[in-house]
Design a protein around this ligand. Structure first.
Ligand SMILES: [Zn+2]
Length: 204
């Protein structure tokens, strides 16, 4: 089991996961690899999204759901496929963010996404970088499938505002890992004051 209970509250299980035959622990239920995390916008509220993902008729799920206040729910074991981006399900983790297009993420959601990315980096060696297509690795977004001509569904998810926030999530994740690079990480050099000439030296 890969439940990240120190980061997220377990709100699963849901039948909308794995290979869909409701026989757990088969190889066909499991992730093939972990290329990265895909950002989604829930088009809904936190508890409503969780309830919907547990409804068998919905036939959707995500590994995580993040509330606007930063609470994280886990719906699917990270070793098991969620149902969030069709042909990308066996290879990408998924996060639904409470909110509606064209809204952006709150500061708390950015922080929560960064923490999930850090954990994915630590466990699955997912690089702390931006992914822009299903063949990439790192922090992706749902519509990068459609943008690359791949059947991932929902070309409007998560919307431009959230896509524009991906660099912020990645740099926060780098900061949390202590591997940040750029202006924020290096302290500015302290100017060395010119040594004052001691007063007792007599000029020639
Ligand atoms: Zn989506």
């Amino acid at each position: 089991m890969a439940l990240w209970t120190d980061l997220a509250t377990w709100r699963g299980p849901t039948v909308n996961s794995g290979d869909g035959d409701r026989n757990p622990n088969e190889a066909s239920d499991r992730m093939v690899e972990h290329r990265g995390i895909v950002l989604h916008i829930a088009e809904g509220y936190f508890d409503g999204t969780i309830a919907w993902q547990k409804n068998p008729t919905a036939r959707v799920s995500s590994h995580f759901v993040i509330a606007k206040d930063g609470r994280i729910a886990q719906m699917v074991d990270t070793d098991i496929r969620s149902w969030a981006q069709r042909s990308g399900n066996p290879t990408w983790l998924s996060v639904e963010n409470e909110g509606f297009v064209p809204g952006g993420l709150t500061a708390q959601q950015i922080e929560a996404n960064a923490r999930l990315l850090v954990r994915a980096h630590q466990i699955y060696d997912i690089p702390l970088q931006i992914a822009t297509s299903p063949s990439g690795r790192g922090l992706g977004h749902h519509s990068m499938g459609a943008e690359s001509g791949v059947n991932w569904g929902h070309p409007q998810c998560p919307g431009h505002a959230i896509i524009a926030q991906k660099p912020e999530i990645v740099s926060r994740a780098q900061e949390l890992c202590g591997s940040g690079s750029g202006s924020g990480s290096e302290p500015a050099p302290v100017p060395v004051p010119e040594r004052r000439r001691p007063r007792w030296i007599i000029e020639p």
